[in-house]
Write a protein that binds this ligand. Structure first.
Ligand code: PEP
Ligand code: MG
Length: 848
């Protein structure tokens, strides 16, 4: 059998045919085959094999390029590697709607395919060059474009910079990790120019996330950023502003992470001699529990070939569904843990945009592999490459990529999703895993899992950040020895020292417990009284409720001291599923929530879709400014098919008993409320259901300003400070750059809340707040002082909020709130916080 030469793929001049005019696809394949045979690359029969290949799989790569090649079993016909290139200026139809201008016949042993396809990938990402090759008169241009290996710049020769350039020294303390890199990609794409980032001899297209991350940039690295294209100088200036504009936030994040990691814990040491596995401290605190080793989610991925067109369509659908899932997760995490943590999932969605991943998957499918197998391989190759660079920043990113990869795999075939977090034993559990995906960490049940230890990962990984936010002690990079632990082993995890102490004796366990108790004294004091009402020292009670979306979150909320649910965001029922839940499904969920609350009040918010909460399967028209578009109540009034089943489900649930209220989001005007109430009343009457209180969110300035007019038509108001802040200050709530300025303590926001309360009180209506400000102790205190009757928040925030209210007097809070609304800036408002502490400290000391 002829052995293919091991040399790089040659492109001989005689193998390039300019302005070829084959009669059709079959003729083009035959012509490419003849060229290869004439040059001695293949034996006779290879052209025929190329034709057969085309019957089995489509070799159209996209962007006007097709890559016909022989069947795998005919590799023996390849005498030496070679490429034959037909330039077809007018194009030929490869498949309906697919026009090929470059037909690249490949003769290669299997491994060589990958190298060729990698070169083509670069070209596919560079449409301008590709267009030139479609019409060039110069064969050398084609040879040069296809001949060079993209990442293989010879040692010592730096990649070429583009026309305009600037140098920059990375000053992000944790290097260029996925979140800032996502912003770079967004900025680069927005310029419309080609932007390149070069570090030494390695260069990456700034519009491709994985390539950027592969540069492995650390703090102190010098890079050259260059641009070419229309108005490249201005584009580069915008890029520079985007890059340097992130520095302050990155530094602040790193300082906060360091502060949190170093925070309250100092040196617990076991008295006995224990076996202790070392890792890197990732989230402080001690945890005592039994080890549960998470089974390797690596299921065997079947390799079932399918037609390329079908594979492409299914890949696209899986990516689209994953993107929707990530949006839901981002939104939910933003509400539960904060926008900083939620940004992780936007970065994940950015990974899905990366052309390298998609192209590599397509290339593998072009080779005849199945969709799931190709995707998995592509993810593993890119993630493996990141992990192997020995750079801790990149090691953390490999976990992100695998997390996204697993999600897409789950969409391709649910049986391949992996993940074994559903069968955790009863807690308390110290979860041990190779690495934990950020989305798994965000979704951990805090009632069961008390600590995390991962074999891989780094201290700046998103999993570590989430663990800190969740208050879960964690260590990372503990090595594979962790995975060999016997499940059920008793252990003490020290997330401050980065140690997992095994089989502690009774004395050590007792000492660890005592230590934990001492550390958590303050928190315990708050928590101990979390079930008691929040009554100020002068006897004023404020209702404290939880923001939860699903019935199975109710137990935790009640255990944290929730007195009901002040906000159930029903859009998550739509966002998380990828399909519209029908009336029956919704009824079941609302009933389950009422039952889980055991007679406590439940406020269900009707669908708030639009703005940042896009539901792809509803296929709503794309809007230029979705936050100012058909959102919330506006959508409900236009879509009875969404409003009516929801109202029917709600009234049926109310008929089953339990204090249920309905609340409408994004209301701007009296006629909207009248129309919504009319729909409620019609459906209630049809069902013979009881009347329920109907309220509205106050999150648009118009609603606050006109609260007196609206109050005549509603039973209550609940202020959404997240949106109210956004609309009052004209700051997109998702814009991380402006996040510090989007402060709900801005006096303008506080004044509108004060105005709402005054108007509502005149009409005998009550006002709650269910936006983020309600869950911050200082914010909650001011709101109570403004006369807000109910505060609804993330369950975890409840004990601290109740504690601060109990420590204050209503008179003191009123005085504080009046001074806050008179302040000129949010900073001046914040400067009042020590006065609140002074007011509450004597009470706290008393309680102690
Ligand atoms: C708000 O806007 O404050 C609010 C509670 O609603 P959401 O965050 O769901 O928009
Ligand atoms: Mg809102």
């Amino acid at each position: 059998m002829a052995q293919p030469a091991a040399s790089p793929m040659p492109i001989a001049r005689e193998l390039v045919r300019l302005d070829a005019r084959p009669a059709g696809k079959a003729a083009a394949i035959a012509e490419a085959g003849q060229l290869l045979a004439a040059a001695g690359c293949v034996d006779a029969g290879y052209a025929e094999s190329m034709g057969r290949r085309e019957q089995a799989a489509n070799t159209f790569l996209g962007h006007g390029v097709a890559i016909p090649h022989g069947m795998g079993e005919d590799r023996g016909l390849v005498r030496r590697n070679g490429l034959a290139i037909l330039q077809v200026r007018d194009g030929i139809e490869w498949n309906p709607g697919q026009i090929a201008h470059l037909v690249i016949g490949i003769a290669a042993a299997s491994d060589e395919h990958i190298a060729i396809l990698r070169r083509l990938t670069r070209l596919l990402n560079d449409p301008a060059t590709l267009q030139r090759l479609f019409t060039t008169e110069d064969p050398e241009a084609i040879i040069a474009a296809l001949g060079a290996e993209p990442a293989a710049a010879p040692p010592g020769v730096p990649a070429n910079d583009l026309a305009e350039r600037f140098d920059w020294v990375v000053d992000y303390p944790t290097g260029l990790h996925a979140r800032p890199a996502t912003r770079w990609v967004e900025a680069a794409r927005a310029t419309g120019c080609r932007i390149q980032v070069r570090h030494g001899e390695q260069a990456a297209d700034a519009a491709a996330l994985v390539g950027l991350l592969q540069l492995g940039l650390r703090a102190g690295d010098r890079v050259t950023v260059s641009a070419e294209g229309r108005d490249a100088a201005a584009a580069l200036a915008r890029m520079r502003a985007a890059i340097t504009g992130l520095s302050a936030q990155e530094k602040a994040d790193a300082a906060l992470a360091a502060q949190r990691a170093a925070a309250p814990v100092r040196g617990w040491e076991p008295a006995g001699r224990l076996v202790s596995l070392p890792g890197i401290a990732a989230s402080p605190g001690l945890a005592i529990g039994r080890v549960h080793v998470l089974a390797d989610a690596e299921a065997a991925i079947p390799d079932t070939p399918l037609p390329l067109a079908e594979g492409g369509a299914r890949l696209e659908a899986a990516i689209r569904a994953t993107r929707a899932q990530l949006t839901a997760l981002e939104d939910d995490t933003a509400r539960r843990l904060g926008p900083g943590e939620a940004a992780i999932f936007r970065a994940h969605a950015g990974l899905l945009d990366d052309p390298d991943l998609i192209t590599l998957t397509c290339q593998l499918m072009v080779e005849g592999h199945g969709l799931a197998w190709s995707w998995h391989q592509a993810v593993e190759r890119v993630a493996g490459g990141l992990a192997a660079l020995g750079n801790p920043v990149l090691a953390g990113r490999a976990a992100d990529l695998r997390d996204v990869g697993r999600r897409v795999l789950g969409q391709i075939d649910p049986a391949l999703a992996g993940g074994t977090l559903s069968d955790l034993p009863e807690g308390p559990v110290i979860l041990v895993a190779e690495d934990l995906a950020p989305s798994d960490t965000a979704g951990l049940d805090p009632a069961k899992v008390v600590g995390l230890a991962t074999a891989a990962g780094g201290p700046t990984s998103h999993t570590a950040i989430l663990a800190r936010t969740l208050g879960l002690p964690a260590l990372v990079a503990g090595g594979r020895a962790l995975l060999d632990l016997r499940p059920g082993t008793q252990a003490v995890l020290d997330g401050s020292a980065g140690l997992l102490h095994l089989d502690p004796g009774e004395a050590d366990l007792a000492a660890a417990r005592a230590w934990m108790e001492a550390q958590q004294e303050q928190r315990a004091r708050e928590a101990a009284r979390r079930a008691e009402p929040a009554v100020t020292r002068d006897g004023h009670r404020v209702e404290v409720a939880a923001n939860i979306n699903l019935p199975d979150q109710a137990d935790f909320a009640l255990a944290q001291g929730a007195e009901g649910v002040g906000l159930m965001r029903t859009e998550f029922l739509f966002l998380e599923r990828g399909e519209t839940p029908d009336e029956e499904d919704q009824h079941r969920i609302y009933r389950a929530m009422l039952e889980a609350l055991q007679g406590r009040p439940l406020i269900v918010r009707a669908l708030d879709i639009g703005g940042d909460k896009q539901v792809p399967h509803l296929r709503l028209p794309v809007e230029a400014n979705p936050f100012l578009g058909v959102r919330g109540a506006r959508l409900l009034l236009r879509r009875p098919d969404l409003l009516e089943p929801q109202l029917r489900a709600l009234y049926r649930a109310a008929a089953g008993g339990g204090p249920l209220s309905i609340m409408f989001p994004m209301v701007t005007s009296v006629p909207e409320v009248i129309a919504l109430r009319a729909a409620c009343e019609r459906i209630r009457a049809e069902l013979g259901a009881p009347e329920v209180p109907v309220g509205i969110m106050v999150e648009v300035p118009a609603a606050a300003v006109q609260a007196d007019a609206l109050a005549k038509h509603v039973d209550f108001f609940s202020v959404g400070t997240n949106d109210l802040t956004q609309y009052v200050l004209a700051i997109d709530r998702q814009n991380p750059e402006l996040a510090p300025e989007a402060d709900s303590l801005h006096p303008a926001v506080l004044r509108l809340i004060a105005q709402t309360v005054e108007a509502a009180t005149r009409h005998g209506r009550w006002v709650g707040v269910c936006g983020g400000l309600a869950g911050e102790p200082f914010g909650a205190a001011l709101l109570a002082g403004l006369g807000v009757a109910e505060l609804s928040m993330t369950p975890r925030d409840i004990p601290a909020v109740k504690s601060v209210l109990r420590g204050a007097t209503l008179a003191g809070l009123r005085d504080l709130a009046a001074r806050a609304t008179a302040c000129g800036t949010a900073a001046e408002v914040k400067a009042l916080e020590p006065e609140l502490l002074a007011m509450t400290r004597p009470a706290a000391q008393e309680a102690a």
